[in-house]
Design a protein around this ligand. Structure first.
Ligand code: PLP
Length: 400
């Protein structure tokens, strides 16, 4: 196998973050420098910023097939999720106190739901099947006459499972109609951007969260789509920006970058998906052929084109990640390090995976610049590394 470290980092952690596209950076730069105005200012410099803000909103409106007034810029996916869930729950508090979500959501949703439980809401965390997919029928059956909000992610960040959000929204709206009540549907689409259709009308959702740094935009900028008429109490109070829904001076360079990155990504979506799918399928097949005791996590086909996630028997995730890093490969484990020990991922546990096996998980997420040669190098490196780790009793697990 190739045992020299490659000159260039092999980045296989695109679900964590992506590099800023040079075209995006170029479009942002003037707004740090000569065009640094506050979009709320009356003078020419301020109006220049306002124009950039309006143009960015138009780009997002086209990408999401929605009205410009339905686009709210935020500081990222976490804020969008928090604002959506708290904003709707508070607005509909008088009509009900029940929320439905899934057990595999991102912590931005799960921890917000836990907070809402602490202030009196009831939350149903629906299970998923062994591939990580939630059933629309289960969602519809979980609706009670107290339900005000349903939140289901468009695609999972760890295992890439694509959730049937359009069907869920349709069924929930049908139940709501039969009850003569309002039930709001939110989707965390942070991982879907660039791979899946983000047409808000086709999805049938009332709210949708996005984050620019997942699609080659800058970090710290996101979008919350709020359908017109959705009951919503803003969480950020102040100067009344974003039509009173998110106060705070707008981050014009970030917003310009976010909108252009989304536009570029939507235009290049098919090509990117094809490229990633080919590399993903090669990685999956190569791992299955060459590494015994490797379990593919997530759905074999109903998954993001760029996501590969395996659990390996008799090995912990951390030494695998460190070993790959030493060979110039940036990857991720499904496990989060908490108080010095690797906690198995809540997503893998929700699939019914034993904790021992879930601790040996590895996520490889591809992007536009990855190549076939890189994939072959990763396969060689991984096969050699796992063989070596499994032969070292202190680094391999005794059971799974
Ligand atoms: N939701 C999902 C599904 C994510 O993958 C992430 C980021 O990892 C977030 C929300 C949070 O987004 P941000 O990093 O912009 O706060």
């Amino acid at each position: 196998m190739a045992d020299t470290r490659p000159d260039k980092l092999i980045y296989l952690d695109h679900a964590a973050t992506t590099s800023v596209d040079p075209r995006v950076l170029g479009a942002m730069l003037p707004y740090f420098g000569q065009s640094y105005g506050n979009a709320s200012s009356m003078h020419t410099l301020g109006q220049e910023a306002k124009r950039a803000l309006d143009e960015a909103r138009e780009k997002v409106g086209r990408a999401l097939n929605c009205r410009l007034s339905e686009v709210v810029f935020t500081s990222g996916g976490t804020e969008s999720d928090n604002a959506a869930l708290k904003g709707v729950a508070q607005a509909l508090r008088e009509t009900g106190d029940h929320i439905i979500t899934t057990s595999i959501e991102h912590h931005a949703v799960l921890h917000t739901c836990q907070y809402l439980e602490s202030v009196g809401f009831q939350v149903t965390y629906l299970p998923v099947d062994r591939y990580g997919v939630v059933s629309p029928e289960d969602v519809a059956r979980a609706v009670t006459n107290r339900t005000v909000l349903v939140s289901v992610m468009l695609a999972n960040n760890e295992i890439g499972a694509i959730e049937p959000v359009a069907e869920i929204a349709q069924q929930v709206k049908q139940v709501a109609k039969s009850q003569g009540r309002t039930i709001i549907v939110h989707t965390d689409a942070v991982q879907g951007a660039g791979y899946l259709d983000l047409d808000a009308k086709a999805l049938g959702v009332d709210l949708m969260s996005l984050s620019a740094h997942k699609f080659h935009g800058p970090k710290g900028v996101g979008i919350l789509y709020i359908k017109r008429g959705t009951p919503f109490i803003p969480q950020n109070l102040g100067g009344g920006q974003e039509r009173e829904r998110r106060s705070g001076t707008e981050d014009i360079p970030g917003i310009v970058g976010c909108a252009l990155a989304l536009e570029l990504r939507q235009a290049e979506r098919e090509r990117l998906a094809q490229h990633c799918r080919r590399l993903r399928d090669r990685l999956v097949a190569g791992i299955q052929e060459r590494i015994p005791g490797a379990h593919l996590n997530g759905h074999p086909t109903q998954r993001l084109p760029n996501n590969v996630n395996f659990s390996f028997e008799h090995v912990e995730g951390e030494p695998v990640l460190l070993g790959l890093d030493m060979k110039g490969i940036a990857a991720s484990s499904g496990s989060a390090c908490s108080s010095g020990s690797l906690e198995p991922s809540h997503v893998l546990l929700a699939l019914g995976q034993p904790a021992e096996l879930a601790r040996g998980s590895l996520r490889l997420t591809l992007g536009k610049d990855n190549t076939e040669d890189e994939v072959e190098y990763v396969l060689d490196t991984l096969a050699e590394l796992l063989g070596r780790l499994r032969a070292m009793p202190s680094l391999s697990t005794t059971s799974h």
